[in-house]
Design a protein around this ligand. Structure first.
Ligand code: SF4
Length: 405
């Protein structure tokens, strides 16, 4: 049976009325019928890092609280909150910082770090990239998955919605593999084996511009829900002002479903697109052109490295440190696996993926390196200290990388 995508307005000052808003949002989707035979539910929010939901980076714990209450009223007692934070971040620390551990204690919810969960290998029937993907057992075995993404832009994938939110269900080593092998194709493969039974998208405060980490809050004041993750993402993309055709993983899924993306229009219930008048700022791809004097060589890095660099450059611009770099003739920064930069005394290589090129410039290790380390080392570079052989951070990382070889 085909269900519509449900859309309701819900501004941040209405968050206290969230339970009523959720009832209105979910009523057209007839989820109650399915829940009659379900004893446990897994909720997968977006807690990719530890930023508060008002930044637009993470799912609101108040919204999740409303969903938990809605589920309990319908007889579902066993509820798990499950997430696997991005590479370089600890899921439980992110849960603590964003209020999810407190919520779990208050409502007696089980919490699972999907990065440390046992895994199951699942075959992909029509692969773009992977024939098999390793997925956290909690997700692979769950009775009913509720996917609760945030409505965000993404500097690599244009948007990050319910399908991209699934990347949290694979362990860190697989998150890196996704980036090595091509993010959009990998995400499309993952979406073909993990299907959310229900999507509840947090667009109360989304993120625009340089998402998913360092964009600006978008006060869209919206909730979206649906039974088909592809339909919800397609409608959300249009609301944000993007054609689904420019979101590569949606194009790949459309092709597999034999759907014409230009014409496909899932039914909508609630507020219609023509009434919403919302537009998200577009991400500036590759960061190139944003910071004068900084040339970036982009080798399809994870959002971990891209986010760390974006955070570092933004803060350096505000503090005046980038001005020093400009006065010294600028820098060239390479990150991600797919780039082979030329040797230069202006070259900075970021992340383990660029370890192989470490002799060509200044190397900043990590997978990803924390934004503060990137900033600290770029600042040293600005002062003319271009080699850091004695730096403990670099040395320890190099020893590890050599052992790994
Ligand atoms: S070094 Fe950066 S781009 Fe490479 S796998 Fe690690 S986080 Fe991703």
């Amino acid at each position: 049976m085909k269900y519509p995508v449900s859309i309701r307005r819900c501004h941040r000052d209405k968050i206290t009325q969230i339970e009523q808003e959720l009832k209105n949002l979910l009523q057209p989707l007839a989820v109650e019928n399915d829940l009659q035979n379900v004893s446990s539910v897994v909720i997968k929010p977006n807690v990719c890092w530890g930023e508060d939901w008002r930044s637009g980076s993470t799912t609101s714990p108040l919204l999740v609280k409303g969903v938990v209450k809605w589920l309990r009223e319908r007889g579902v007692d066993k509820i798990t909150i499950a997430e696997g934070s991005m590479v370089g971040h600890d899921t439980l620390e992110c849960f603590e910082k964003t209020g999810f551990l407190q919520l779990a204690r208050e409502l007696d919810l089980k919490v699972v770090d999907l990065n440390k969960d046992a895994t199951v290998k699942i075959n992909v029937q029509q692969p773009n990239v992977f024939n098999t993907i390793e997925v956290a057992r909690t997700i692979a075995d769950c009775e009913f998955l509720i996917n609760m993404p945030v409505m965000k832009t993404h500097i690599n994938t244009t948007v990050t919605l319910s399908i991209k939110n699934l990347k949290g269900v694979i362990p860190h080593q697989w998150k890196r593999k996704f980036h090595f092998m091509g993010l959009d194709g990998s995400i499309a493969d993952l979406a073909s084996i993990i299907s959310s039974k229900l999507v509840i998208m947090d667009g109360i405060i989304g993120q625009q511009g340089q998402g998913p980490l360092t964009g600006t809050p978008a006060n869209a004041g919206l909730l979206l829900a649906g039974r088909d993750q592809f339909d919800v993402d397609l409608i959300a993309s249009r609301i944000m002002g993007f054609s689904p055709c420019e979101v590569r993983h949606l194009s790949l899924i459309a092709k597999a479903r034999d759907v014409d993306l230009e014409r496909y229009a899932p039914a909508i219930i609630g507020d219609q697109l023509s009434d919403l008048h919302i537009k998200f700022e577009r991400p500036v791809y590759l960061l190139n052109g944003l910071y004068k004097g900084v040339e970036i060589l982009w080798g399809d890095p994870c959002s971990g490295c891209a986010g760390a660099l974006s955070v570092a450059l933004e803060r350096m611009e505000k503090s005046g440190e980038l001005e020093v770099i400009r006065r010294n003739g600028g820098i060239v920064i390479a990150l991600g696996k797919g780039i082979e930069p030329a040797k230069s005394d202006k070259l900075v290589l970021i992340g383990k993926c660029q370890y192989r090129n470490r002799d060509k410039g200044m190397f900043i290790p990590g997978c990803p390196p924390p934004g503060m380390i990137v900033r600290e080392m770029l600042s040293k570079f600005a002062k003319g200290e271009t080699k850091y052989g004695s730096d403990i951070f670099v040395k320890e990382a190099e020893e590890l990388y050599e052992k790994e070889k």
